[in-house]
Design a protein around this ligand. Sequence first.
Ligand code: GLY
Length: 412
Amino acid sequence: MKRIKKSTILPLIVLLLFSCSNKENSFVDENIKFATEQTKRMLDSIGEPQGKYPRTINDDGSLRTTNIYGWTSGFFPGTLWYLYELTNDNYWKEQAVKWTMPLEPNKDNTKDHDVGFMMYCSYGNGLRLTKNKEYKNILIQTANSLITRYNPVIKSIKSWEGGKAHNDTTIWNFPVIIDNMMNLELLMWASKVTGDQKYREIAVNHANTTIKNHIRPDYSCYHVVDYDTITGKVLDQATAQGYADNSTWARGQAWGIYGFTMMYRETKDTTYLNIAKKMADFFLNNPNLPEDKISFWDFNAGQTSYTPEWKYDYSQHKENLRDASAAAIASSAMFELAQHTGDRKYSDAATIMLKNLASDKYRASLGKNGNFILMHSTGSLPHGKEIDVPLVYADYYFLEALKRYKEMNSNK
Ligand code: GLY
């Protein structure tokens, strides 16, 4: 065989790399263009912020909003901040500021563990991109409010107020949900900027308690764990938004992957990295993960040995429903996980999820879908709520994943 000269191979490699990077750039650019056009339409349709934040759509396709205290209120401002970061266009900064400021009263909100979502996605991104001192003080105050929900006996932050569980019989005292891992980022940040270790200690204790009681031996997770406030003992391991108590609710699994990856970033404790890897492996290796890696809403929906305690009639959904929001969260988390582990299997999977979410199957047409970006998310099937709809947090994590994909490629 004729030997190919080095001088011939080198330009070929350069050409190949150039055409790959061109393809990646045009994928990113096209998605940014779509997201900006779609979000401009959303802004035109909703007008000035008047305490109404986009959340999803109603059955008739009209926009459904949440007030500033709803757990999803921070995602729309967060989306606007990501659009500013991705475009460097001051128009998006102005919009982001406008939609962030009205959330300020949440700095004193002690009634909800989700202030982490509400304020870190809005003010947190705002601070990262503008260094606005006022934002910093608001976030520190929010962290102070969040830690009022910490119980030192249980070593966890309380998620919901308790009361009747979703099966309508059990009474929950101190329910903690896997989603709460996401609120710890605010606390880790608060310790760094104030120098006060109390926020970090609470976040670390909460994460460790979550490992002990939410994570199952196969690295799937319970959605809800309820505790006795006097003894700290586990009283119940259950679900609220998943199919059955022993099933794996896809978005819960995604929150876990994201939360433990973030805790590794902030502490460098490999325990968290190991949990994040194992939870991601559970997600990716699950025989019930569809080929396009956009998960069903629950990994065990409809399977034998998983018995819903709900009265909800699942048979009305002939096809198992997807949850694009779980895929968007998992995609974003796995881009970061790949960075910490150096394992390409996570960024490859994250890329497949991102590209499929950006395909016609999941990404809306311009001006449709209530002007949200992604279709086919599931909010809470057992409640019969937000089924196969757009959800504002699916869009937020989709843009975050897109940004992480862009950064990964420019660092190559
Ligand atoms: N954190 C609530 C949810 O994921 O639906």
